[in-house]
Design a protein around this ligand. Structure first.
Ligand code: ADE
Length: 238
């Protein structure tokens, strides 16, 4: 099977693989479960100063990434004809990334991500190349690179064989629109704090029910947005 392929277009290729080169993602990369191609957008600049940005029409602070340079980088990194692909621009103006979108991307054989930089990217290249704008949260990073790493990491851990036990994927946060239940390990008593009795009982059905209730309680309290979706679409214990 051809490995899952990520292509990152960036002005900072040295940021990669970064954290993607260690732990689960790094091991899977070394094993060839997925492949990473980093493309330096600056290599597609046309002038001798390798200009990739310019000041915004209309005035205002900062610099804007030029559409012609970015389009040249995008056009030069087209996948093989017929390969299903996602083409993403990371930007705080994008749709918030969700586990559902991550699941879909992990099943898309080629995912190309453009890391935005400076104050933004000329709007015309977003339209002309049909970039899907994605945000990793309602906060502003200094560039798309950490966001690209987060997106790719979230996809890679869902690839077959990357996470040891498939059960740990089924149980985790955002499955079923619920946050995950809390975890405990040894020592059984730590700083006079005990582990919930039910977890020591060996009674699998009671453990399962306790975890479900704890997941629901945490979700209702911390994430009313998720909780509303959960109660609207899923059966729950209450
Ligand atoms: N670039 C800067 N901030 C970002 C964010 N929150 N998500 C995705 N890309 C970004």
């Amino acid at each position: 099977m051809t490995p899952w392929h990520a292509v990152v277009l960036t002005l900072h290729p040295a940021a990669f693989p970064g954290p993607l080169g260690v732990s689960l993602a790094g091991k899977a990369l070394a094993e060839g479960v997925w492949t990473l191609e980093t493309v330096d957008i600056r290599a597609y600049a046309r002038d001798k100063h390798a200009t990739v940005d310019d000041s915004p029409f209309g005035g205002g602070p900062g610099m804007v990434m030029r559409p012609d340079v970015l389009a040249a980088a995008i056009d030069a990194t087209q996948g093989p004809a017929g390969t299903e692909e996602a083409l993403i621009l990371l930007t705080p103006r994008g749709q918030p990334l969700t586990q559902a979108r991550v699941r879909a991307l992990a099943q898309t054989p080629r995912v190309r991500v453009v890391c935005g930089r400076y104050e933004g990217v000329d709007e015309r290249v977003i339209d002309a190349r049909g970039l899907e704008e994605v945000s990793v949260g309602d906060f502003v990073l200094s560039g798309g690179e950490p966001a690209a790493i987060a997106l790719i990491d979230a996809c890679v851990r869902l690839l077959p064989g990357v996470v040891g036990a498939p059960a740990s994927l089924a149980d985790e946060s955002f499955e079923d629109d619920l946050l995950e239940y809390p975890h405990y390990t040894r020592p059984q008593v730590w700083e006079e704090r005990e582990v919930p009795e039910v977890l020591l009982s060996g009674h699998h059905e009671r453990v399962r029910a306790w975890r479900r209730a704890a997941a629901e309680g945490a979700t209702a309290e911390r994430r009313p947005d998720l909780w509303a979706r959960h109660t609207a679409t899923k059966r729950h214990a209450n």
